[in-house]
Write a protein that binds this ligand. Sequence first.
Ligand SMILES: [Zn+2]
Length: 239
Amino acid sequence: MQVIFLGSGAAFSPTAYNASILVDQTLLLDAGAPLCVHLPKVGVPLDRPAAVLISHFHADHCFNLALLIAARHELFPASPPLAILGPRGTEDWLRQLLDLAWGEKFRRAAWEHLALTVQELDEGRGAEVAGYRVRAFRMAHVSTWTCLGYLLEKDGVRLGYTGDSAPCPGLDALVDASNHVIAEMTYAEPGKIHLSRQEVEGLMRRHPAVRFILTHRGSDQPLDGAVLARDFLTLDLPL
Ligand SMILES: [Zn+2]
């Protein structure tokens, strides 16, 4: 399984782009990075990803989906279908996002042309998408929306992705089910809605068999025993 970080910074990072990770050129975990620039930069046409998994509705994780959808609609007359997976409310959210970004008429045309499908997941709900087994885990981030982490399984790799989360039982369950995990590490000191360095160290101690890859970085400071993501870092799993 190949992963490329199209963005590895926390929401307001002055040095790194917002969250998006490309898996096997097929599937995107979140859509916060400028995809219309970064996908071509890594040699992937905009019409190649078959699915986008949205962890939650904060802008730094998903607002660039509006540009990816519009570009596919405008530039790729024979674009293959696009599947969107996300928490409860994703279909309404996507409709509002596209209406606000491009207007209702454009949204309707793009939705039909791209054969957009939306699958809303929740804790323990699984799905098959583009050859991957996907399972959702409930994260503790903000109370405004349901926030999810995901487990992707293919060819013996069980890749966890936390999205944004504070420490919570769902986070430990996700890490426990994974053999590699892409975890956020936003804070230097423990805070409220994200993981701190110390909390990631605790997770690593509780799950010694799991390989940790750290993203949504609040700083460039490395952490012993973990891989620190940066924009355009490419990894072939298993590590
Ligand atoms: Zn967030």
